[in-house]
Write a protein that binds this ligand. Structure first.
Ligand SMILES: Nc1nc2c(c(=O)[nH]1)N[C@H]1C(S)=C(S)[C@@H](COP(=O)(O)O)O[C@H]1N2
Ligand SMILES: [Mo]
Length: 300
């Protein structure tokens, strides 16, 4: 008689997918918060931080220097030459100059930061960045008293960036932060994703990541950082000041003039996934103190 395999497990025995996906976090929670915290609320609270896949993070991008389609950067950004690379740090600093990428990496401590990422277009991801705190880089250059803002600029290379042929934005792409925002420990200079060098379409070799602000503040492929006394111009604000403010903090209560910001579509969630609620400061409540006393409807 031939051996006949029988399935001794039923669907009821399958580990609930949610718990399976979060087993690392649950174990982490057990260590940090005890049994109750580990198995209950903690697993629920950390569920949202399960990172997107490498494929999702590197194939659905905004990087208009390579075109405005979501798949244009993945297709065309290979042409960007990222080595050698240097960042000019100037303005109100003690040690202005060109800092080579290797020189920067030697001086900085790279760590992993798993951050929520919320685009102003109302989609979101969770990205496991590798990077160092912008504050450490600024300290290397020596911020002078009188500096109140930090201006950033992306590479401007028409021969390597086909999107620059079209006047979609006033090139080069520029961004800015108030100095206290720039010095906040959450503010990252990302150099990697999933422990691999950051791909060109995500802003190689180094880009800003400000997780409590809309994605367009997180400027890519930075070649210049300037400490200034006055608020610097920013690309999307220049393009449409009514729709894009200087602050651009994630705020579910302040809608974009053309769409709601109350909810977001999580990339990779599937076609029929429910939109999830957008969190104030994208869930990073620790930055609230930076905006105390400010009207965030006016300073959007
Ligand atoms: N230089 C430059 N930086 C940029 C952009 C851009 O077009 N050019 N797009 C911004 C926008 S709108 C978003 S949402 C994020 C997207 O980052 P990602 O492609 O790594 O997800 O990059 C931001 N940084
Ligand atoms: Mo964006």
């Amino acid at each position: 008689m031939a051996f006949r395999w029988t399935n001794d497990l039923t669907r009821a025995d399958v580990t609930p997918e949610r718990l399976f996906l979060n087993r690392r976090q649950i174990l982490g929670g057990l260590a940090a918060g005890g049994i109750a915290g580990g198995l209950g609320l903690r697993a629920e609270a950390q569920e949202a931080l399960e990172p997107n896949t490498w494929e999702e993070i590197t194939s659905y991008n905004n990087y208009y220097e390579f075109g405005t389609g979501k798949d244009d950067p993945a297709r065309y950004a290979d042409s960007l030459v990222t080595s050698p690379w240097s960042v000019t740090i100037d303005g109100l600093v003690d040690r202005p100059g060109d800092y080579g990428f290797a020189q920067i990496m030697e001086a900085m401590t790279v760590e992993e930061r798993i951050y929520r990422f919320r685009c102003v277009e109302a989609w979101s991801m969770v990205v496991p960045w590798n990077g160092f705190e912008l504050a450490d880089l600024l300290e290397m250059a020596g911020v002078q008293t009188g500096a109140r803002y930090v201006a950033f600029q992306t590479a401007n290379r028409p021969d390597q960036m086909p999107g620059l042929a079209r006047p979609v934005l006033d090139w080069p792409y520029v961004e800015g932060l108030r100095l206290d925002e720039a010095l906040h420990p959450l503010t990252l200079m990302a150099t990697g994703i999933y422990d691999r060098p950051i791909p060109n379409q995500n802003g190689a070799p180094l880009r800003l990541v400000v997780p409590w602000k809309y994605g367009f503040k997180s400027i890519k492929s930075i070649v210049r950082i300037t400490l200034t006394e006055d608020e610097p111009p920013t690309s999307w604000n220049k393009a449409n000041a009514r729709e894009y403010g200087f602050y651009s903090n994630v705020n579910p209560e302040v809608d974009h003039p053309r769409w709601s910001q109350a909810t977001e579509r999580r990339i990779g969630g599937g076609l029929f996934a429910r939109r999830q609620p957008t969190l104030m400061f994208n869930g990073y409540d620790e930055v609230a103190g930076l905006y105390e006393g400010m009207d965030l409807t006016e300073n959007f």
